[in-house]
Design a protein. Structure first.
Length: 290
């Protein structure tokens, strides 16, 4: 059941590309709006956990702040990539975080993965690569692809720190602090770069609000919740299904027709996720993740 909830979270997160295409604000501003609105929404349930906030250690706060900075970097890179390349390619390349997280889970958290799980990650990643190669058209798209890869590295750090923080902190407190730190870092980046944060029209507020509700609260909050109960490697691998869903939205809403490579790669992604779920549910995998 918990794994099904994560997959539903992936469906929510996949709508991010749609809202981004509707926006006219710079990537940095859109990321700032999304995080600021998410912080405001999460402030309400956090009021119920005032005692937990008071009991936070300096280490807890520091980890959450660092995690938030990397989340802000991830969103900025992701939105910038969507301005330069297709929805399918941007989402696929951002979700290569699965490889970084799988390696870090084994090296840092000691969560050894069985051979079948590694094979599943490899299959899903190969499928993602096929989508990207078939969808990228070079030139500006290549720049977008490279930016998307930097976003993958940033979100991998965010995921790994979250796996540590969620051992002690509730989902509400952790996500509130992370979104607050992300908002502050994005605002600072906008001010330093001279990017205007106002005057972008109501459409950008509405698209940011849509992302805050559908993609952050019903997407990233779900991922943060799952980090306490499931391996970080599973959650990051499950996200590889996001480009498949994003490609569907791109077709239905924007008429971006996926080619044969996208369809073939998408099938490999789904197959890899299914194989990973089976492998991670084996008795051997459960023992290694304890």
């Amino acid at each position: 059941m918990k794994k099904l909830v994560i997959l539903l979270g992936v469906a929510g997160a996949s709508l991010s590309a749609v809202f981004t295409r509707w926006s006219t604000a710079p990537a940095l501003v859109l990321a700032l709006y999304r995080m600021a609105l998410s912080t405001a929404i999460m402030a309400v349930p956090v009021l119920v956990r005032r005692r937990e906030l008071a009991a936070l250690t300096r280490r807890d706060v520091a980890l959450c702040l660092v995690s938030g900075v990397f989340l802000g970097l991830h969103f900025t890179a992701y939105f910038a990539a969507l301005e330069r390349t297709s929805i399918a390619a941007a989402v696929v390349l951002v979700d290569t975080e699965a490889l970084f997280v799988a390696l870090a889970s084994a090296a840092v958290l000691g969560q050894r993965l069985p051979g079948k799980a590694w094979a599943a990650v490899a299959l899903a990643f190969c499928g993602a690569a096929v989508v990207a190669m078939g969808d990228s058209a070079g030139g500006g798209a290549l720049t977008g692809d490279l930016i998307a890869l930097s976003g993958a590295a940033a979100v991998a750090v965010y995921t790994m720190i979250g796996a540590v923080c969620r051992r002690r902190l509730s989902t509400e407190v952790y996500t509130f602090l992370v979104y607050l730190a992300a908002s502050a870092s994005l605002l600072a980046a906008a001010l330093v770069s001279g990017t205007p944060v106002t005057g972008h029209g109501g459409v950008n507020f509405l698209t940011a609000l849509g992302m805050a509700v559908c993609c952050t609260l019903l997407g990233h909050n779900v991922f943060s919740w799952g980090l306490k109960y499931l391996p970080a490697a599973f959650i990051s691998t499950a996200k590889l299904m996001e480009p498949v869903l994003a490609a569907v939205w791109g077709l239905l809403i924007f008429g971006e027709r996926p080619g044969g490579a996208t369809l073939l790669g998408g099938a490999a992604v789904v197959g890899g996720i299914a194989l990973y779920i089976r492998a991670s549910a084996s008795p051997e995998a459960e023992r290694n993740q304890r």
